[in-house]
Design a binder for this molecule. Structure first.
Ligand code: UDP
Length: 238
C-alpha cells in the first residue's frame, strides 16, 4: 500500500455484467474501451493482473434455481469468464500490450494453466496476465479468485471496478442521503455491513491485510488514477 506514490502491481477485478453491455454475451465496444484504459496504465510501467467475472453469461446460483445442478452450472459460468478473458486479451493485444491468459481449468489450446510463478514472470516482463475460470471450483466467485490471486502473486492492492463511485453509507440508488466513504477499514466494512465483495473474498483480504480500492470504471482514466495512488473511490485498508 503506497498511496500517493502508486502501486507497483495490482489485481484489477472487472464484473462480467459490464462486459456484456447489459445483455448476454460480450459487447466488443465495452471490452475495447476497457483495454484502452488498461494499456495506458501498462505503458506507464505498472504491472496489471486481471480477473473478469462471468455474470454476462451465467451465474451458477441463478441457473440452479432453474433446474440445473449447481456444480455443473458453476462450471458453465466459469467457462463464461474464459470467453471474457479471451475477448480482453484480443483487444489488449490490438493496443500493442502483450498478454497471457491463465485459466484455473486447463484448456491448453486457449490459455496457459494457472502457474503463479510464471504469472509473476509475465508481469515482470510487462505482460498483462488475465486469470480465467475463477478459482476453478464451484461455490466460489470471481471476487474470491481475485483476492486469492492477488495474495498469491504479491499484488499491492485489489482494484474493484464497479459501475458506482465506491462504497457508500447506504445504497445511493435508494437513499439520497447516502455518502461515499473516502477510506474505511476492513473491520468497519464488516461491522457496518457494507458491500465491497462477497464474504469469502472479503475475509481473505481482511485476514491478509490486502487493500481494496472500489472505484467507478465508467469514469474515463480511473484505472490509471487508482494505480497511480490518486485517492479515488473508496480505499479499504487496515
Ligand atoms: N464461479 C465459480 N467458481 C469460481 C468463480 C466463478 O463457480 O471460482 C461461477 C459462479 O457460478 C459465479 C459465476 O462463475 O456466479 C460468475 O462469476 P461471478 O458471479 O463472480 O461474476 P461477476 O458477478 O463478477 O460477473
Amino acid at each position: 500500500d503506497r498511496p500517493g506514490r502508486g502501486y507497483r502491481r495490482v489485481l484489477l477485478k472487472l464484473g462480467g455484467e459490464m462486459f456484456g453491455g447489459g445483455s448476454v454475451g460480450v459487447d466488443p465496444d465495452v471490452v475495447h474501451s476497457v483495454a484502452v484504459q488498461i494499456a495506458e496504465v501498462v505503458r506507464d510501467g505498472a504491472q496489471i493482473a486481471v480477473v473478469i467475472g462471468g455474470g454476462n453469461f451465467f451465474r451458477g446460483a441463478e441457473l440452479s434455481t432453474r433446474g440445473l445442478d449447481r456444480d455443473r452450472a458453476d462450471y458453465m459460468a466459469m467457462l463464461g469468464t474464459v470467453m471474457n478473458s479471451v475477448a480482453l486479451q484480443d483487444f489488449l493485444e490490438k493496443e500493442g500490450v502483450p498478454t497471457r491468459v491463465q485459466t484455473a481449468i486447463t484448456m491448453g489450446q486457449v490459455a496457459e494453466p494457472y502457474v503463479p510463478r510464471r504469472a509473476e514472470r509475465h508481469l515482470e516482463k510487462g505482460r498483462v496476465v488475465i486469470f480465467g475460470a475463477g478459482t476453478g471450483m464451484p461455490y466460489f466467485s470471481t471476487d474470491t479468485a481475485a483476492a486469492q490471486r492477488a495474495l498469491e502473486i504479491g499484488c499491492d492492492a485489489v482494484l474493484m471496478a464497479k459501475a458506482v463511485d465506491g462504497v457508500f453509507t447506504a445504497d445511493p440508488r435508494v437513499d439520497a442521503s447516502a455518502e461515499l466513504y473516502d477510506t474505511v477499514t476492513h473491520r468497519e466494512v464488516l461491522e457496518r455491513g457494507l458491500k465491497v465483495a462477497d464474504t469469502t473474498a472479503f475475509s481473505l483480504c481482511m485476514d491478509n491485510n490486502m487493500p481494496i480500492i472500489v472505484f467507478n470504471l465508467l469514469t474515463e482514466g480511473n484505472i490509471a488514477r487508482a494505480v497511480s495512488g490518486e485517492r479515488i473511490g473508496t480505499l479499504v485498508s487496515t
